[in-house]
Design a protein around this ligand. Structure first.
Ligand code: NAP
Length: 309
């Protein structure tokens, strides 16, 4: 087996603790060699208060994984690539598309790997949905992503600040699946974004897409859903219907075996990162982010009730 890869994890917040650290600890191919955290890091792992200090002190660490919010991420990624490190980006890969293009070019020039991750694409049912749709003619597809922001993002102020994406923070997960499973690309044709009067980012959105074959493709995102949570994609085709639910984890369709299983999204992301580093290549698909940028460009803005935690 190849030598394990050493990684520094930057930003020890919710997703680092819930997913990155358990995935790294369970994978013999990876060593969590350092953290960069303003608030303390992880027991037993060397912590640095900022990234430049870590890059200076630990030239042995070849990979930097950024689990910080999108706005501070560009400067960190640029510094890590500038120091010759391979970089793994949480989703969304940046606060703007231009930032992502700049990082791609920088990584290519430096000969290091840049991996813009989309964890939802690694959910169990996604590959089966893609395969099923590839053989059929799409008539209608509806994305419904409705969750309770207080439950999933407790106290995270950055999601309400410019660049934090608001409801597109989970919504881009749905768009990452949509752009993966559709055989032909769609583009945004209409959007309505609901902004709480006291916030910079939307709490809900309705999106319609133009499909090359004329299928009706739409999405609704809402952060005000209490009770049962909904992360579903339903499609009607010329040969049956399918439903991808639980954020992509469960696939059910006419004429196909059901697919579901335990959550392996982050173990799969790190396995993919190891492959990319060893192959000396990058993976930066910005298609989900193009739809988000288009929604902010084309979307009609409605002001709704102020949001407070
Ligand atoms: P979070 O709980 O707020 O954690 C982010 C961490 O980044 C903070 O705890 C902080 O860690 C560090 N940080 C550095 N600069 C920061 C700044 N300017 N503002 C705020 N934090 C800063 O957020 P999260 O939920 O983990 O989300 C981080 C990224 O992961 C986002 O892009 C999000 O879309 C993605 N993600 C989140 C989830 C989820 O379920 N929450 C799921 C998948 C992906 P230190 O105190 O250690 O410096």
């Amino acid at each position: 087996m190849a030598e394990p890869l050493s990684v520094a994890l930057v930003g020890i917040g919710k997703i680092a603790r819930d997913q990155h650290i358990p995935a790294l600890n369970a994978d013999p191919d990876w060593t969590l060699a350092a953290t960069v955290s303003r608030s303390g890091g992880v027991d037993g792992v060397e912590n640095f208060a900022d990234l430049p200090q870590m890059l200076e002190a630990r030239p042995d660490i070849g990979v930097v994984s950024l689990a910080v919010p999108p706005v501070p991420r560009f400067a960190m990624a640029a510094a890590a690539i500038g120091a010759g490190r391979h970089v793994m980006l949480e989703k969304p890969p940046g606060a703007t598309l231009a930032e992502c293009h700049a990082l791609s070019a920088q990584a290519q020039a430096a000969g290091v790997t840049l991996h813009a991750t989309w964890h939802s694409r690694m959910a169990h049912g996604v590959a089966a949905a893609k395969e099923w749709l590839a053989e059929r003619e799409l008539k209608r597809l509806r994305v419904t992503w409705k969750e309770d922001v207080r439950r999933w993002h407790p106290g995270q102020e950055w999601i309400w600040q410019a660049g934090g994406l608001g409801v597109f923070d989970p919504g881009i997960n749905a768009l990452s699946i949509l752009t993966e499973i559709l055989p032909a690309p769609v583009h945004l044709s209409r959007a309505v974004l609901d902004f709480p009067g006291n916030r910079d980012t939307p709490i809900a959105a309705e999106l319609d897409f133009a499909h090359p074959g004329g299928a009706e493709v739409s999405a609704v995102f809402d952060w005000r859903q209490e009770g049962p949570q909904t992360w579903d994609i339903e499609a009607e085709t010329d040969a049956g219907t399918m439903r991808l639910s639980d954020g992509g984890a469960t696939f059910r369709a006419e004429g196909a075996a059901p697919v579901e299983g335990p959550d392996r999204e982050y173990p799969r992301l790190y396995a993919r990162m190891a492959e990319l580093v060893r192959a000396g290549t990058s993976e930066v698909d910005l298609a989900p982010m193009v739809h988000v940028a288009d929604a902010f460009t084309l979307g009609r803005r409605r002001v709704v009730e102020p949001f407070d935690w």
